[in-house]
Write a protein that binds this ligand. Structure first.
Ligand code: SAH
Ligand code: SF4
Length: 461
């Protein structure tokens, strides 16, 4: 087995030593991990909470805590502005509690431009900790306490995997399991490969063991995570094989995965989903654009026809499967014709829902150098048109569900209104319903009484 891709036991042992030393000086301090962005960040945050708890901190939901870790997202400029805005506010808390430690973690911490900005203009930030080295959190805190000063130096991404980190899950019946880290695809608009480092896969034995432990603990919702799960390659296993092995683990749970890149989504994967009822009947298959020319300039390495062939094959093999997607509108120089291609594709695939983004220029990516004469107003217009079209499709395709009974897993409490619970169908659709909070973490049969673009409305049977 190739152990060079793993952080060595000696280095992990050093982190445990640092953990003990922080714990020894920790007299009732609190810590808050604030998460932005994708499920991968959620998963990293669960691990950072685990490490903080082992260091003796009480985990709280409050940015006045003694340690605040901001697990940031760099995918779009808007996300970065939000993070910087919040760090801006925190300057006041630090005046009240000068011992507070603020750590900027996540994707932004891997960007050189952010490092420069934080160094000069956000002096309240004590340390940067990029996504490839967050396992060094104990060492980072110890150094801050013992040596003072700031840890804002440049760090190359660490292309290794740290196994066995402790974890604090936000919800006990729901778990993220990272199967791989980083990305080698270099889609021309995307910053992820630069900030999350090279692609590396965990060993299938480690992944299956984690799934087995979760299932034995009664976890009902297990999501396998990676920037591109289809390029998983660990210990000789590919993703269809890993998915099958995980789905064969005993227990009553749903297995989900995120994200599938269409270029490596194989018939073998679709066959594996079809063969295993525990795998969610849903494929999130981001298409990004419905124009071959834009796909080429995005460096996505598939065509609209190849994409549609996959969707058709899956629909044939997996009855009731639903698709969701990510779409970028306003990629540099996207013509009206290119955009019409996207509209046509959305009509053809009929997604259950889509995440639509207006292209955001990311410094250092190839797309940032491309000419872009399209005005922001034009991009917003296209964005709105696509959203309206998808809303129509979502409602039309969900309407026949009214009156039917679906099996759901009750996930949690909803923040809004009468319908106090949220649940998920076997296809991963969100359901809002009224019921006792004791149902959270259990399965239930629900009659669909109405639908919205956001969720199904249900009544307990
Ligand atoms: N690895 C995943 C998702 C990565 S980021 C995948 O390949 O599907 C999630 C989504 O953000 C992407 O699918 C894309 O639609 C969007 N995105 C990434 N970079 C972007 C950018 N520069 N501007 C706008 N949207 C972007
Ligand atoms: Fe970004 Fe493409 Fe990698 Fe997804 S596959 S993270 S969009 S570079």
């Amino acid at each position: 087995m190739d152990r060079t891709k793993f952080v060595s036991e000696r280095e992990l042992e050093y982190q445990r030593e640092c953990t003990e030393r922080v714990r020894a000086m920790n007299a009732g301090m609190t810590a808050f991990v604030d998460t932005y962005g994708c499920q991968q960040n959620e998963a990293d945050s669960e691990r950072m909470r685990g490490m903080l708890r082992e260091m003796g901190y009480t985990i709280v939901d409050d940015d006045k805590a003694d340690v605040v870790v901001i697990n940031s997202c760099a995918v779009r400029e808007h996300a970065e502005q939000r993070v910087l805005g919040n760090i801006g506010h925190m300057v006041h808390y630090k005046k009240i509690n000068p011992e507070q430690k603020i750590i900027l973690a996540g994707c932004m911490a891997g960007e050189e431009t952010v490092r420069q900005t934080v160094k000069k203009s956000y002096r309240q930030v004590d340390a940067l900790l990029d996504t490839t080295s967050f396992w060094r959190l104990p060492e980072t805190l110890l150094r801050l306490y013992e040596q003072g000063g700031r840890l804002i130096e440049h760090a190359e991404p660490d292309s290794r995997i740290a196994e066995g980190l402790p974890v604090v899950r936000t919800v006990p019946h729901k778990a993220y399991v990272s199967i791989m880290y980083g990305c080698d695809n270099f889609c021309s608009y995307c910053i992820v490969p630069y900030v999350r480092g090279r692609e590396r896969s965990r060993d299938p034995g480690d992944v299956v063991r984690e799934v087995r432990e979760l299932a034995a603990d009664g976890c009902h919702d297990i999501m396998l995570l990676g920037q591109n799960v289809n390029s998983y390659s660990g210990g000789g296993a590919d993703f269809p094989e890993l998915l099958s092995r995980c789905a064969e683990v005993e227990g009553d749970f749903t297995l989900r995965f995120m994200t599938s890149h269409p270029k490596d989504c194989s018939h073998a994967l679709i066959d594996a989903i079809a063969a295993h009822p525990k795998v969610e009947r849903h494929i999130h298959l981001p298409v990004q654009s419905g124009s071959d020319e834009i796909l080429r300039r995005m460096n996505r390495r598939y065509t609209v026809e190849q994409y549609c062939e996959l969707v058709d094959y899956a629909r044939k093999k997996i009855p009731g499967v639903i698709f969701t997607s990510d779409i970028i509108v306003g990629f540099p120089n996207e013509s009206d014709e290119d955009f019409e291609g996207t509209v046509e594709l959305v009509k053809r695939v009929r997604y259950d829902s889509i995440f639509t983004f207006i292209y955001s220029k990311r410094a250092g990516t190839p797309a940032a150098e491309m000419d872009d004469p399209i005005t922001h107003e034009q991009k917003v217009k296209r964005f709105r048109r696509l959203m309206a079209l998808q809303d129509e499709i979502t409602l039309e395709d969900r309407r026949p569900l009214i009156g039917s009974t679906v099996r759901v897993h009750v996930d949690g409490e909803s923040k809004s209104g009468e319908l106090n619970l949220t649940a998920r169908t076997q296809e991963g659709r969100l359901v809002s319903l009224k019921g006792d909070s004791g149902l959270i973490g259990t399965y239930a049969n629900v009659k669909v009484t109405d639908i919205t673009t956001f969720s199904l409305i249900g009544e307990l049977k």
